[in-house]
Design a binder for this molecule. Structure first.
Ligand code: UDP
Length: 417
């Protein structure tokens, strides 16, 4: 396993956005954990929401003097093929789970777990993120028998394929506590204890903070021929079938019937643990090649993502499944209304008719109509944007999520007063 490089954070940097009261509560929870060491384990250091969350949570915990490490699994392409199939199947679509797939999963997770051997006395609690590292439990049960394990499941489990759910359930039943993003995801999973914690965005990062005018101008120039003078709708997502970039293209085409100068930016990256990304990117780029108003952009830096979320007229998130969808909160925080599918974590974030619109996940035409409605009404976009900012401030900023996570950790370690 390897440790990603991280940028330091200080908890004081959050005072302006979340207020001193919340930070005081956080500090008080942290004070009860100042002698413990926590380990987070996941399967990628970059790309996707989990890496995004850990890049903030880990340094902030350390600033709060909770000794916190993050280790990323080392794995083969074959393993990531299996875990991507598992991820897809847990969201409702996938091939049969073969013995070979299970063997690959067990071999790689065991190899990673073996690396913890000899370090077991260093940790007081381990947080495992998503199904990829769960197989490590087989070995950890022997080497770390008394250390509480928390499983943080970030994916949409409302309609899983049974055999995959059974496979994951067997592991999940052995953790001490599981955390989900929505109560609907617990479903038939048998876990000893479960909590619901909404994910959050980090308001002080390059991706989410307010940018100076010079940076904005530089970014606008860099993105030329995309123009911020003409209407712009954007979706930012990994290239993944569940993110439905083709549906977004259809929605854009529908909206362009009434707003002919409309542009679409489809911005995506490839997560390190996602073997499907490149293929889908090529298909999307091919589909868009004849339309000069469609811009397919890959691997954009956080500042560019920030500018696109801030300066697009509307953000679209046309997912078919969505564990939470940090991109929705990121856009709402920047006062940009979002048209999103009514699936997974998206309806937790979009208040239909107040901060954006919810559409049926199969309804690309309806999404296009909602985009057009917003483009044609400047006042509505401003009103929705103001509502959106406050909604995110109340519910989806990092200090709130951290407080809830520390509460679970304190409970597991019997530190709650
Ligand atoms: N992201 C990014 N660049 C991209 C695509 C995505 O920085 O080209 C970020 C995005 O801003 C968000 C995260 O990756 O912070 C995606 O998280 P989300 O929960 O929306 O989806 P996931 O990828 O975890 O399914």
């Amino acid at each position: 396993m390897h440790t990603p490089s991280l940028t330091d954070r200080t908890i004081d940097a959050y005072t302006d956005v979340t207020g001193q009261d919340r930070l005081n509560r956080l500090q008080s929870l942290a004070d009860d954990l100042d002698d413990v060491r926590i380990l987070h384990v996941n399967s990628t250091a970059t790309g996707g929401g989990v890496a995004e969350l850990l890049r903030s949570i880990v340094p902030v915990c350390n600033d709060l003097e909770i000794d916190t490490d993050w280790l990323v699994m080392d794995a083969t392409d074959e393993f990531f093929e299996v875990t991507k199939a598992m991820h897809n199947a847990l969201q409702g679509d996938g091939p049969s789970l073969t013995d070979d797939m299970q063997a690959t999963y067990r071999t790689v997770t065991e190899r990673n777990a073996l690396e913890l051997e000899g370090h077991e006395s260093e940790y007081d609690l381990v947080v495992i993120h998503d199904p990829q590292p769960l197989g490590m439990l087989d070995h950890m049960a022997e080497t770390m028998p008394n250390i509480p394990i928390v499983w943080r499941c970030h994916i949409d489990l409302t309609d899983p394929i049974d055999e995959y759910l059974a496979f994951v359930s067997e592991y999940a039943s052995r953790v001490d506590h599981a955390i989900f993003s929505r109560s609907a995801y617990v479903g038939d999973l048998e876990v000893p204890e479960a909590s619901i914690i909404y994910p959050s965005i980090d308001p002080i990062t390059k991706k989410n903070r307010l940018l100076g005018p010079e940076t904005v101008t530089d970014e606008h120039d860099r993105l030329d021929p995309l123009s911020f003078e003409d209407p712009l709708v954007t979706q930012i997502s990994r290239f993944d079938p569940w993110k439905d970039q083709f549906g977004t293209l259809e929605a854009y085409r529908r909206a362009s019937e009434d707003v002919p100068e409309l542009q679409l930016a489809l911005v995506g990256g490839m997560a390190g643990d996602d073997p499907e990304g490149l293929e889908l990117y090529e298909q999307v780029a091919e589909e868009a090649v004849d339309d000069p108003n469609v811009h397919v952009l890959t691997d954009q830096p956080d500042t560019t993502v920030n500018v696109l979320q801030r300066d697009s007229d509307v953000i679209v998130q046309k997912s078919l499944r969505e564990g939470f969808g940090l991109v929705v909160a990121e856009a709402l925080w920047k006062r940009t209304p979002v048209v999103g599918s009514n699936v997974g974590g998206i309806p937790l974030q979009i208040e239909d008719g107040k901060t954006g619109y919810l559409v049926d996940p199969d309804d690309a035409v309806g999404a296009g109509d909602r985009v057009r409605d917003l483009l044609e009404d400047d006042d509505c976009r401003t009103r929705f944007g103001d509502n959106a900012r406050e909604r995110v401030r109340e519910r989806f900023l990092l200090p709130r999520q951290l407080e809830e996570l520390l509460d679970v950790i304190a409970d597991e370690l019997n530190r709650n007063r």
